[in-house]
Design a protein around this ligand. Structure first.
Ligand SMILES: Nc1nc2c(ncn2[C@@H]2O[C@H](COP(=O)(O)OP(=O)(O)OP(=O)(O)O)[C@@H](O)[C@H]2O)c(=O)[nH]1
Ligand SMILES: [Zn+2]
Length: 376
């Protein structure tokens, strides 16, 4: 067993609920040995760290007992497809650790959402950076002129993951015209809540905490947007668990338990993994449709159903630009991101994608056939 101390959180604090419990029971009943549920908080070279309950007896106990962190082997669930690699946020079924064996992950439970980025390999494949995320919080700094095109790209990625995006306008204490920026931001983010916060004064932190409470969240945004500062503000005391502290002589660096997934003091967790913060687009066509939903709606009114909104007669999109209802900036941003996305998608091996789709359909079908109804 791990020598790590018990942490006064429960699996429920980490997002465990009855729908995951049902998915887990499907794996459980196929096995003679006792598998246990857990959530991956970090993956590192063939190993992962998993939070598990300190109590094993019944599932009702599991949700209220304190959790502990154990290292686990992920080799049995390794596949050739990076989209299916175990990642931070995954709920898993695992063999518990024993006196002389490491815990072993036997299955990943079906993901509700997945944050995906393109890898830099020659053959473009997606890689999952975080699983089962409920809120993607996009941080935009109020101290400088916001880059709305960049915001729209982050939002497309957020929508594409299946999570609910949220925009936080940070450093409100440095803002000269917060309301003006908020209005511009809201116009660039239909269907997305926009909150104004300051880690310096604490403005808006209570509202943000209430929105994120009980869910799994990630913070993304450009460098310097104030993500680390905001994460520390939200995590409060909890962050002490992960701080990298220097030796008293100032030479070496000690790491206590390094975690990419941290419990929030008001319930729920925050995922912060390297690579997730400045993530790029990957096959986010439906995400783009959601970011630019008003343009998609206008396009329904164009005279020609294949209208490219260039100079076609009866184009509702161009008419909206003429009326001032739609900005040229936003239409150009929409075109640019669609082109960028099409280019990335075209690099992806079509056969690979078809296989992946078939595989996931099979999983969904087997879940459906077992009579389990899923929440989302
Ligand atoms: N005045 C003020 N400064 C802030 C606030 N939040 C962050 N900052 C400052 O802004 C700078 C960047 O903040 P970070 O939290 O490091 O930004 P980040 O988004 O994590 O940056 P990366 O780690 O590069 O991605 C730091 O100097 C912070 O002290 C705030 O609410 N008010
Ligand atoms: Zn048109």
């Amino acid at each position: 067993m791990s020598v790590l101390p018990e942490i006064p959180h429960t699996l429920a604090d980490y997002g465990w609920d009855s729908a995951f419990a049902e998915d887990f029971s499907l794996h459980h009943c196929h096995r003679t040995t006792d598998l246990i549920p857990g959530r991956i908080i970090r993956v590192d070279r063939g190993r992962c760290d998993v939070v598990i309950s300190t109590r094993r007896s019944t599932s009702s106990d599991t949700s209220t007992a304190p959790v502990t962190v154990v290292p686990a082997d992920i080799a049995p669930v390794h596949t050739s497809d990076p989209m299916e690699w175990a990642c931070t946020g995954d709920w898993v079924a695992l063999d518990p650790p024993s006196a002389n064996t490491l815990a072993t992950v036997r299955a990943l439970l079906p993901r509700r959402t997945a944050m995906v980025r393109s890898t830099s390999s020659k053959r473009s494949e997606g890689q999952v950076l975080a699983a089962n995320v409920d809120h993607v919080v996009v941080a935009v700094c109020l101290a400088t002129q916001p880059d709305l095109g960049r915001l729209e790209r982050f939002l497309a990625l957020a929508w594409e993951s299946g999570a609910q995006p949220l925009v936080v306008l940070t450093k409100a204490d440095l803002a000269t015209d917060a309301e003006y920026v908020r209005a511009d931001t809201e116009a660039a983010a239909p269907g997305v809540q926009v909150l104004v916060v300051s880690s310096e004064t604490g403005e808006g932190i209570d509202v943000l905490s209430a929105v994120l409470a009980g869910s799994t969240s990630v913070l993304i945004g450009r460098s310097g947007a104030g993500k680390s500062t905001l994460a520390n503000t939200l995590l409060g005391q909890e962050v002490q668990e992960v701080n990298h502290t220097r030796d008293s002589d100032g030479k070496g660096r000690h790491t206590t338990v390094a975690r990419d997934l941290l419990p929030l003091p008001f319930g729920g967790v925050l995922i912060d993994t390297p690579g997730l913060r400045g993530v790029g687009l990957w096959d986010a066509e439906s995400g783009l449709q959601q970011v630019f939903s008003e343009i998609e709606e206008l396009a329904q009114e164009c005279r020609f159903h294949d209208c490219a909104h260039n100079r076609e007669p009866g184009c509702a999109v161009l008419n909206a630009v003429e009326d001032g209802a739609l900005t040229v900036r936003r239409l150009e941003s929409y075109r640019k991101l669609l082109r960028e996305n099409a280019w990335i998608a075209s690099r992806t091996d079509a056969r690979l994608r078809a296989e992946r789709l078939r595989h996931w359909k099979m999983i969904h079908k087997s879940v459906r056939d077992s009579g389990v109804t899923r929440r989302r």
